[in-house]
Design a binder for this molecule. Structure first.
Ligand code: FMN
Length: 221
């Protein structure tokens, strides 16, 4: 019976036994998965030792229908969605312009969590992009205005020289946000949490947005 009641079996709650983690214990029909996400994210950042603790994998769909995945920094996670920033001429931006369906995946080993998110991407407003631009380090700003992300590069040797000339050229001047840099907000329609268990009895909780309401169910490991 367990084998046949898979992810496509509606919103039933699968039976489970033994102890469950506190997040699962606190789940109610009113639980908002974004609140769970934020709790786990903040814990993962607090307890993490990696330098780039906000890196998450964003998958888009390319022109040939292939999944196209890469890491980006997650800037915000709010009720309205998950925000990341990028060049608007990049591969991911072109993919999203053709097909706004995208996914975010992450694995934070130190808190034993995998999280999978699916939804639709929409561009950030210019004032939102300005705020994120202002929070970037100056060398990242200079790299952004100097290079056209994902376009072909003549030679690796030219990278350092081009960048050094740009740094010298800007001097102390402010670097305004270029029109072709901004970001996207992925509005989630599906969020799944997996609490990894060494005995493979992973705790999986799937939340799906149906008619404007979150519905949840447990999934077999
Ligand atoms: C840890 C890490 C963080 C990254 N953060 C970003 C980011 O926030 N925005 C971005 O455009 N690229 C980021 N990148 C680079 C992307 O992985 C990717 O190479 C780039 O965005 C071009 O991808 P695309 O052509 O598929 O759009 C990051 C890479 C790594 C490894």
């Amino acid at each position: 019976m367990m084998k046949t009641s898979g992810a496509a079996s509606g919103m039933q709650v699968a039976p489970h036994g033994g102890s469950v983690h506190k997040w699962h214990e606190r789940l109610t029909p009113m639980s908002k998965p974004i609140d769970l996400f934020k709790e786990i994210w903040h814990q993962a950042k607090r307890e993490g030792t990696l330098k780039h603790r906000n890196a998450v994998c964003v998958s888009t769909v390319d022109a040939d229908g292939y999944p196209n995945a890469r890491f980006v920094d997650l800037k915000e996670a709010e009720d309205t969605g998950f925000v990341f920033c990028t060049h608007l001429g990049s591969g991911k931006a072109h993919d999203i312009a053709r097909n706004p369906k995208a996914a975010i995946t992450l694995w934070w080993e130190h808190v034993a969590r995998q999280i999978r998110i699916k939804g639709l991407c929409e561009p950030l407003l210019p004032q939102e992009a300005d705020a994120h631009w202002a929070s970037r380090l100056r060398d990242a700003q200079i790299a952004t205005v100097t290079f056209s992300q994902s376009c072909a590069l003549d030679s690796l040797e030219s990278l350092e020289g081009t960048y050094a000339r740009a740094v010298a050229g800007f001097g102390e001047a402010d670097i305004p946000r270029p029109d072709d840099w901004g970001g996207f907000r992925l509005r989630p329609e599906y969020i799944e949490f997996l609490e990894f268990k060494e005995n493979r009895l992973h705790r999986r909780t799937a939340h799906a947005m149906v008619d404007g309401q979150w519905h949840q169910r447990f999934l077999q490991p």
